[in-house]
Design a protein around this ligand. Structure first.
Ligand code: SF4
Length: 686
């Protein structure tokens, strides 16, 4: 059959946070092809393998098509009315008996902003539970917390264009060649840059580096402090910027004096010469950019590691200028939109639960009593799971995420799901490892079947458009939320006259007006016409005014602590986890795209040749990975110098070889982000 499209629909990729613009070709009622949008400011026509095959997901076989309710132990097809009435009735009864916070809700960076904003109001003001968080806590909560510590607010200061203009780019814990491929191409266009990559593995990105720093696991804070030490010693700092725009320099400088090159070399495993060379490159740069992703965030010290990164940018004035930024590269397509419009770790518009003026402001805008807005955030994602285990959370509503594969220390997660009295899973796919536990499955439309906006890592808001109708009885999440609001009797009050996502956007513009993340300057139509608009302009903090009450940024003295589970004789390896370019998160989508699945159908374990020789293991042996918690069986062994001796690596995508069987349930005390990156394991031939 001809694949030539009759029409082309403009939209934004629904996988990663790069936010590439694309054109989806439609023939009849079917999406038949995809190409990059040559006019889009992010990707100028380019797409990675996931983007280029994204239309296939719209005809994937494993879709949830009808509401399913567990009756006599089996999930049974029911009408939407029965499904939603049952949900309201069951949750209501549990809240009546155990209090309104007995409901937990876990949402996702996969929703469009309009859905997320609608959901926040529904959860907090309709269902009246504070125990609401997103799967974004598994990926970028530490970036949020770190920005708040340093700048007084969340919000990545820079832009992707900085990758093309910086003369020094330092990537730390960020394998963008696999995980953000189009950003990697933009970086590669900058032929004048010096690229420094900090990563314990020789990733594809590390192979592109002018200088690769293969630090010991979790020695990143020592490295950052050590660079600051040399910058101060060599007077490669911007004293005017420090004096005018920061607080805490003297204390910071005194603290950092302990991080001598000699000490930092011992902690990181790098030579003193390499440390000095790195610091001089960064300090002498006209414009220096630091980008990071999960290698930093997935840590019990993630939030303060981000603050340590921000310290470097602040003491050298590398912020708010072209090419100069400390920049968190986000994970999911709309992680940023959920950060801004959310109701989980903060109130919409980066307002704070604990700030009375912020609550009063919102109450006035919503025309509700301020008493209805919680004065503190509820439980974060890991704490919701623990509360389910302990019996405080009785009902859980999971939306477009797959914790059975993505949550660390699988056995606790499974225990939590089995302890619940009522589990609702709302997803575009069924069965998934998580929906199999559900008492109620709500079939949702996915990317390409609904409309709204995504905000990418550089704060660019782009339109996501409907290409085809959802299958069966699946509905857009937006419609499900409004229907539930009607059944709770709050639709007219919370969503007066709303029928379309644009109605939510219009209110969100009003709510965000005057805030740092101000969407009020660009209309629904303008987003489409301009191919995406950055809130806050190209760069934040160009005037050096930060969001702390005195307008100044904070320098933080950050201690470098050893990670929790050190290797020993019984568990001698440190397991690191990550992604590969062909797949997305838990493969709910990409396992159903034959092109992507066939390229990488199974998990593997990387091990250094010296370790393999000692264990008498050979390439392609099947091995089992054991930790103190459980094991992952029958994984293919790859023997490679990509990983250092004493370390092993596994991708986290695969339900059948789930790395989270063995990962650690330890969390950052500030952000509550899990420590996915280091746990002690043993490897044996299966
Ligand atoms: Fe989609 Fe990210 Fe690939 Fe761009 S880089 S096409 S946004 S997955």
């Amino acid at each position: 059959a001809s694949r030539v499209a009759d029409t082309w629909v403009k939209t934004t990729c629904g996988y990663c946070s790069v936010g590439c613009g694309m054109l989806v070709g439609v023939k009849g009622r079917k999406a038949v092809t995809v190409r990059g949008n040559p006019e889009h400011p992010v990707n100028a026509g380019k797409l990675c393998p996931k983007g280029l095959s994204e239309h296939y997901i719209l005809t994937a076989p494993g879709r949830a098509r009808t509401p399913l309710l567990r009756k006599n132990r089996a999930l049974t097809a029911v009408s939407w009315d029965e499904a939603l009435d049952t949900m309201i009735e069951k949750i209501g009864a549990l809240q009546e008996k155990h209090g309104s916070d007995a409901l937990g809700v876990i949402s996702t960076g996969q929703l469009v902003t309009e859905e997320f904003y609608t959901l926040g109001k529904l959860v907090q003001l309709g269902f009246r539970t504070r125990n609401y968080d997103g799967n974004t806590t598994l990926c970028m909560a530490s970036a949020v917390s770190g920005y708040k510590l340093s700048f007084g607010s969340d919000g990545p200061p820079g832009a992707y264009a900085d990758l093309e203009h910086a003369d020094v780019i330092l990537l730390i814990g960020a394998n963008i060649a696999d995980n953000h491929p189009i950003l990697c191409q933009r970086l590669d266009r900058n032929k004048k840059r010096t690229l420094i990559v900090v990563d314990p593995r020789v990733t594809k990105t590390a192979m592109m580096a002018d200088l690769h720093l293969p630090i010991k696991p979790r020695s990143d804070i020592a490295l950052l402090n050590g660079i600051a030490h040399i910058l101060i010693r060599e007077r490669l700092i911007d004293e005017n910027y420090i004096a005018q725009h920061t607080v805490g320099y003297e204390e910071f400088a005194a603290y950092i004096s302990e991080y001598t090159p000699e000490r930092v070399a011992a902690i990181t495993g790098l030579s003193e010469e390499t440390l000095i060379r790195t610091a001089l490159l960064y300090g002498r740069a006209r414009a220096a950019f630091i980008g990071w992703t999960m290698g930093v965030n997935h840590s019990t010290q993630g939030a303060v590691t981000v603050a340590a990164i921000n310290n470097l940018a602040l003491i050298t004035g590398n912020i708010g200028r072209v090419g100069a930024s400390p920049f968190s590269i986000t994970g999911q397509c709309n992680a940023m939109g959920t950060r801004e419009s959310g109701f989980a770790s903060s109130l919409p518009g980066y307002r704070k639960f604990e700030k009375v003026e912020d609550r009063e402001d919102l109450a006035k805008l919503w025309n509700i009593s301020v008493d209805r807005i919680p004065t503190a955030r509820g439980l974060a994602y890991p704490d919701i799971i623990e509360a389910a285990v302990s019996g405080k959370i009785k009902a859980l509503w999971i939306i477009a995420t797959n914790p059975v594969v993505s949550f660390p220390n699988h056995s606790v997660l499974e225990q939590a799901l089995r302890s619940l009295d009522f589990l609702v899973v709302q997803d575009g796919f069924h069965p998934t490892p998580t929906s199999e536990f559900a008492d109620l499955v709500l079939p949702a439309a996915i990317w390409g079947e609904k409309e709204g906006t995504f905000t990418n890592s550089e704060r660019r808001v782009s339109k996501v458009n409907r290409i085809v109708a959802p299958p069966g009885e699946a509905r857009p999440d937006f419609n499900i939320f409004l229907d539930l609001a009607g059944r709770l009797g709050v639709r007219d009050e919370l969503y007066p006259g709303w029928t379309m996502p644009e109605d939510a956007y219009t209110e969100w513009q009003r709510i965000s007006h005057g805030r740092l993340c101000d969407y009020s300057n660009f209309s629904w139509q303008e987003i489409e016409e301009r191919g995406g608009v950055q809130w806050g302009g190209s760069r934040l903090y160009q005037d050096g005014i930060f969001q702390h009450p005195d307008g100044k940024a904070r320098l933080h003295s950050v201690p470098c602590e050893p990670f929790i589970e050190q290797p020993n004789d019984e568990y001698p390896f440190i397991l690191n986890t990550g992604r590969t370019v062909e797949h997305w998160h838990t493969r709910t989508k990409t396992a159903q795209v034959a092109l992507l699945h066939n390229m990488v159908p199974n998990a593997w374990l990387e091990m250094n040749p010296a370790d393999a020789a000692q264990l008498q293991l050979r390439p392609h042996d099947r091995v089992t990975v054991f930790s103190r918690r459980s094991s992952v069986k029958n994984v293919e062994l790859r023997i490679t110098g990509i990983v250092a001796p004493g370390q092993v690596f596994m991708p986290f995508h695969f339900a059948e070889s789930n790395s989270n069987m063995v990962t650690l349930g330890a969390y950052d005390p500030i952000s509550r982000e899990p420590n996915f990156k280091q746990c002690a394991v043993r490897v044996e031939r299966s």
